[in-house]
Unconditional design. Structure first.
Length: 481
């Protein structure tokens, strides 16, 4: 699988130890050699750890069923993106998305990070320095490596299903920092998730209590990520404990806290904001006080089109826009007019996805926990968490859950709707489509469709994952079976 790691020698040499020439002098094959705990700590601070750099090749975004596409969207995509035919394939819910000559950035960026985390795991305990710090860094690397495997599973494996997990192929589990290995065996979905959970459960208690950096992993982060894994698997009772732990650890955190839109939007008059105002209103992921674990993906270039009075490639489906009450201040960040003040044919939420965080944010912790509490029958606690959260998003007095939400099932559905409202325009809903595909409460979501002009495309279950890229398969012919 040379293609999986072909950029790693360059990556290590360029990013890990800038300014530390004596490491490079001894590095075989152009790699830096870490010798001390401080050296290994620096490896976590490579810019490639924080920035996923997938951009418009983040095809999971284009599968998001919140979107409705213009009839001429492909002509715009051709002008502005690197692989327009692949984006077209994703929009049309095709199983094979990548061009034959296209390297998957989703695949490469995750395995690049896995390489770095493996280098830390494989060497940290032999480094010079404090033993306690070694244990902290080892735990952080193990959680981080496991999360990268989890991300890959969201793209290249079927959603977790106990009935098929032992027979469905997923991705390779890579535990060695070795660029010379050519062949890797794939794990089954069951094997992969069992290993991810084992790694996280072992390492989370050993993480540092606190880290200042948003791309570093400490105890609150680790428990949130473990809860997210269980949540995406549909194991809601298992997700409760780590999510509760993360929620409790983050109470009063001076660096990670919810933004109160009532305060922030006061100067805008609590009304729909102009497009340029929205652009300045939305914080960069790294600087956002709601970011818990930063894995940002830079802007899709087409997001900026309507800000310059150009037609966008996609809009928000009206039924999604209707999920927002007038008093919901998040609705003010969705445009119904272009930069010239002229009405758009549909609402536009493009700015909200300008920088997507593929890591974890504080709102995600709140909303996953609220749903898990509801599913466990702890409805009063679920309501408390939801109303605490909505107090930061809606005008005062309107954060109360509507009276129409009466039953446990009503509350679960409301939790999921709240996730849609909170993460609208970011592609997050696609992961809920995967998670809830076989959930009896959400069968009325089907069929999942995209509309391009007058053409309708329907998502089938087999398309909940993306086929391995040809540039990976040529090194692993047995994976074609």
């Amino acid at each position: 699988m040379r293609n999986l790691f072909y950029v790693l020698n360059i990556l290590i040499g360029m990013f890990l130890f800038s300014g530390c020439d004596h490491f490079l002098d001894e590095a075989p094959r152009g790699n830096a050699i870490a010798e001390t705990v401080e050296d290994y700590d620096k490896m976590f601070n490579a810019s490639t750890i924080m920035n996923m750099s997938i951009a418009d090749s983040y095809y999971a975004y284009w599968k998001n069923d919140e979107l409705i596409f213009t009839e001429d969207c492909y002509s715009t995509v051709v002008q502005l993106t690197n692989y327009p035919t692949s984006i077209k394939a994703a929009i049309e819910y095709q199983y094979h998305i990548y061009r034959e000559d296209e390297n998957s950035l989703e695949w490469e960026k995750c395995y690049n990070q896995i390489y770095i985390f493996n280098a830390i795991i494989n060497g940290i305990m032999q480094a010079q320095g404090d033993e306690t710090e070694k244990e902290y860094l080892l735990a952080e690397a193990r959680v981080s490596r496991a999360y990268m495997h989890f991300l890959l599973a969201q793209w290249f494996a079927m959603p977790y299903n106990e009935a098929t997990a032992e027979t469905e192929w997923a991705i390779p589990i890579v535990k060695e920092a070795n660029t010379q290995t050519k062949k890797y065996d794939r794990a089954t979905v069951k094997e992969l998730y069992s290993w991810i959970i084992s790694e996280m459960e072992d390492a989370c208690p050993l993480l540092k209590k606190r880290e200042e950096h948003r791309m570093r992993c400490y105890q609150a982060t680790g428990h949130a990520l473990l809860g997210k894994v269980y949540f995406q698997m549909g194991k809601y009772e298992k997700a409760l404990e780590p999510l509760r732990t993360a929620y409790e650890l983050l109470q009063g955190d001076p660096n990670v806290y919810l933004t109160d839109h009532k305060v922030k939007q006061a100067s805008y008059g609590y009304k729909e904001m102009g497009m340029f105002d929205i652009m300045s209103y939305i914080p960069f992921v790294y600087n956002d006080n709601e970011t818990l674990y930063c894995k940002y993906n830079p802007t899709m270039r087409n997001y900026y089109l309507p800000y310059y009075n150009m037609a966008p490639t996609d809009y928000l489906k009206p039924e999604i826009y209707q999920l927002f009450d007038e008093e919901d201040l998040r609705r003010n960040l969705i445009s119904t007019k272009n930069a010239m003040g002229e009405p758009l044919p549909y609402p536009y939420s493009g700015a909200l996805g300008a920088y997507m965080n593929l890591g974890c944010a504080l709102p995600e912790v709140y909303l996953m926990l609220a749903e898990c509490e509801a599913r466990a029958g702890l409805e009063s606690e679920s309501r408390r968490i939801l109303e605490e959260f909505r107090g930061y998003r809606l005008l005062s007095g309107f954060e109360i859950i509507p009276q129409s939400v009466q039953t446990k099932n009503d509350l679960i559905r409301f939790c999921v709707e709240e996730q849609t409202r909170e993460f609208v325009g970011t592609g997050y809903r696609y992961y809920n489509v995967r998670r809830l595909w076989n959930d009896p409460l959400f069968q009325d979501w089907k069929p999942i469709t995209h509309t391009v002009g007058s053409q309708v495309y329907t998502l089938e279950e087999t398309q909940l994952k993306t086929a391995y890229p040809e540039t990976v398969l040529i090194w692993n012919e047995e994976w074609r079976k």
